[in-house]
Design a protein around this ligand. Structure first.
Ligand code: MIC
Ligand code: SF4
Length: 754
């Protein structure tokens, strides 16, 4: 068991900290506020913070990193000049494993292909006191839930789905590597005090409906930007009657509505989960302070007085949903799918059903899917689509194998991939994907942006619960509604699938042979970290140059991105994941997925020096070589999706000076600031229309750059006319210092490196 002493210490002060918070705020507190006020960097609260406005310094208990982001986080940490991490931290190897044949073969291949990166991560972890979870151990968020998450704790992680740990009553937040670097270096972590969204769950889940449907429904209501800057707190009888891992699923996919995080109050389901995962002591400690691990009674009795927004969902009436294609907030109840698919021309033949991922691979999820898979044989059916399973951790995989579930899947012809992200992040060597044929897949992951799973822009991906995905894979048909429709079996009879059933936790307990953990050296001072100067996968970082102290003039427009521009569009994953530790090489994917407003094409922009059209990265490299600064213009919710700071570091590295958009997603905006970039928003969103392809652009007001003060942008158009527009920003004093220093790390380095 990890962290027991740390949890004891935290809990021993928790009540007093909460009381100080309550006194400062002057009213009963939500759970979110309790956890936040209990983690103030300064200790006891002395003032009430303004939700959605105040920047506050926090002291998180823990840091988690996955391999694709840890490389950059740790390359930055190595520059900070510390001997050891200041708070408990872990690295998890899960993103770099390509799913192709089966778990064993795929894992062996990945270890061979990525040995340089794994060795680097293992040795940095060993040196600096970081716990290391080997490839095959599982997906970061599942491993964290099983081992580290605890009620009332605060954690940050270099992955947007860190929020999964809200299922165990944490405030767990996804951040860029530079933020993780601060906390590991012993510095406070800054966050704008969030707004609060309360979701009251009444009734009880039943039949085909699963926890996933709660978040699919919430995503439909709030959309991909509705949660921005807010923490979503779930409560009510529907919350307490749900499993802890089900709560994890709901919190996990809260990343898709842009929420800072989501959480649930401590309850019996969490206690049961803690006990089942070998943490009886943590459960006992949590029982001891349980009144502080949920909101004050007045809050849930009268939610609209305490939350900025309240949503109510009756679980008894909630229908299974499918969200998609191409965006996780397009929610369709299964009973409406037939007509919606017809109306929109979505292909209804399902090629592949994929279950698992960090979102949905609990013992409960798998057992419920198995109850459907069993009916294939029992009812003389045949699986109509391909079907794959990616278990979330070795503990889950070992246990479901022991309990005979993998045999059931095997019998119906399913493939079990390695305990890793695999198809969820484009690490899927899908046969025929390069043909770019229009096709449909259904999965239980969380994201379904274009090209995400298999690189094919014409794959229509729909997100559903594992049980619905299983039923749809059996039917092979997107318009099949298992609640009402029948299937024709091999003998020509009409049969109906029984609703799924399963176990919240393994009746005979979890088991595992080798969980895949490697503890760090007690004294890492002798451990050598090697990075070959000729490596194509790892590159030591050079500090970025400081701001030149003047306004930025004569910038060229690199691209005016149209519509959805997620971090997948800015820095694609899949085949590019292999360059996550090499800034110059990965910069060759910069913005290649973004749609150019002027010609509707991707990766095809006008080079203002030559007048010719070409790929975005190559064009930017021409500007860089000629020392011409450039600017990227974007639409709403720019940088939605992941925490990958590469999406901010690549433009920084290649000489883009500013990103000017209608609105930002939270993590990406912070990542830009951290790397010393200018992240600006149009004061008047209509000014987006004034940006022309041949514009030369000045940014004025930087010498008086101050919080709350807009900057002026001059657009010099090619016809000799010009427009002056205003750009807002959210930089506070400290963040302005990051900009001036050329990046936050340049400031940290000064503190530690003598
Ligand atoms: C994702 O789901 O997009 C990822 C891959 O897990 C990312 C992190 C990354 O890009 O490495 C995330 O969600 O933060
Ligand atoms: Fe991995 Fe997908 Fe989860 Fe991201 S969302 S951590 S890629 S399984």
């Amino acid at each position: 068991m990890f962290d027991l002493e740390m949890i004891k210490t935290l809990y021993s002060n928790f009540g007093a900290r909460v009381a100080a918070g309550r006194k400062a705020v002057g009213r009963p507190l939500t759970l979110t506020e309790k956890i936040l006020y209990a983690h103030l960097w300064q200790g006891d609260a002395t003032e009430a913070y303004d939700r959605g406005k105040s920047y506050v310094d926090f002291a998180p208990d823990r840091v988690a990193m996955q391999d694709a982001t840890a490389q950059m986080a740790l390359l930055q940490f190595m520059q900070a000049g510390r001997d050891k991490v200041a708070v408990p931290s872990t690295v998890h190897c899960d993103h770099l494993i390509v799913a192709k044949e089966n778990s064993k073969t795929d894992l062996v291949r990945a270890v061979k292909e990525s040995s340089e990166v794994y060795d680097f991560l293992a040795s940095v972890s060993n040196k600096y006191g970081i716990g290391f979870w080997k490839p095959g151990a599982g997906i970061i968020h599942q491993v964290v839930l099983e081992n580290y998450a605890f009620p009332g704790g605060m954690m940050i992680g270099t992955d947007s789905h860190t929020v999964n740990a809200g299922g165990l009553g944490m405030i767990a937040i996804g951040v860029g590597g530079a933020d993780a670097c601060d906390v590991m270096a012993g510095l406070p972590w800054e966050l704008k005090f969030p707004k609060l969204i309360g979701v009251k769950l009444t009734g009880k889940l039943n039949g085909w409906t699963a926890p996933k449907d709660v978040i699919l429904k919430v995503a439909g209501i709030l959309t991909v930007k509705g949660g921005t800057g807010a923490v979503v707190e779930y409560f009510g009888e529907g919350a307490t009657s749900m499993s802890c891992t089900g709560k994890g699923t709901i919190c996990n996919m809260g990343a898709e509505i842009g929420a800072t995080t989501s959480t649930f109050g401590y309850d019996e389901s969490m206690s049961r989960y803690l006990k089942a995962t070998g943490r009886e002591d943590v459960a006992a400690l949590a029982d001891g302070i349980k009144e502080h691990l949920t909101a004050d009674a007045e809050v849930y009795a009268n939610p609209s007085e305490y939350f900025d927004q309240v949503i109510e969902i009756n679980l008894t009436e909630l229908e299974p949903h499918l969200n998609g294609p191409f965006t996780p907030d397009l929610a369709t109840p299964i009973s409406k799918m037939k007509e919606e698919a017809l109306r929109n021309g979505w292909p209804t033949k399902i090629e592949v059903g994929l279950i698992g991922s960090c979102t949905n691979s609990s013992y409960e999820d798998i057992s419920r899917s198995v109850s459907l898979a069993r009916q294939v044989t029992e009812k003389g059916l045949k699986l109509k689509s391909e079907f794959t399973i990616t278990p979330g951790s070795e503990t889950v995989r070992f246990t479901i194998e022991k309990d005979g579930f993998l045999d059931v899947f095997d019998k119906i012809g399913a493939t079990v991939f390695a305990n890793a992200c695999g198809p969820c992040i484009g690490m899927w060597d899908r046969v025929g994907a390069e043909k770019a044929e229009k096709n449909t897949i259904v999965h239980s992951f969380n994201r379904n942006f274009a090209k995400r799973a298999d690189g094919n822009p014409n794959t229509f991906a729909f997100v559903g619960s594992p049980e619905l995905v299983t039923a749809l894979a059996i039917a092979g048909d997107l318009s099949f509604n298992p609640l009402t429709d029948t299937l024709t079996n091999e003998a020509g009879q009409k049969v109906k699938l029984d609703a799924p059933t399963g176990y919240e936790l393994p009746p005979k307990g979890f088991a595992v042979d080798d969980p895949g953990f490697q503890a760090p050296a007690a004294d890492g001072s002798k451990v050598q970290v090697k990075v070959s100067p000729t490596s194509s996968r790892l590159q030591l970082l050079e500090p970025f140059a400081a701001w030149e102290g003047t306004d930025l003039k004569g910038l060229r427009l690199l691209i005016k991105a149209k519509g959805k521009c997620t971090t997948d569009h800015i820095s694609m994953a899949g085949p590019w994941l292999k360059f996550r530790g090499h800034l110059d090489n990965i910069s060759n994917n910069m913005l290649i997925g973004a749609v150019n407003f002027f010609n509707e094409k991707t990766d095809f922009v006008k080079n203002q020096v030559t007048g010719e059209y070409g790929p975005v990265p190559a064009t930017q490299r021409v500007y860089k070589a000629a020392s011409i600064g450039s600017i990227v213009v974007g639409d709403e919710n720019y940088g939605e999706g992941s925490s990958r700071e590469h999406a901010a570091m690549e433009p920084r590295h290649l000489g883009v000076r500013a990103v000017l958009v209608k609105s930002f997603a939270r993590i990406h905006e912070t990542n830009l600031k951290k790397q010393g970039m200018l992240g600006l928003t149009f004061a008047d969103k209509n000014d987006y229309d004034k940006i022309q392809e041949d514009d030369t652009i000045d940014i004025l007001g930087l010498t008086e750059f101050a919080p709350g003060k807009a900057l002026a942008i001059v657009l010099h158009h090619a016809d000799g006319t010009s427009d002056i527009i205003l750009a807002n920003h959210t930089y506070n004093e400290q963040q302005i210092e990051w900009f001036k220093a050329g990046g936050a790390l340049n400031i940290i380095r000064k503190q530690f490196v003598k």
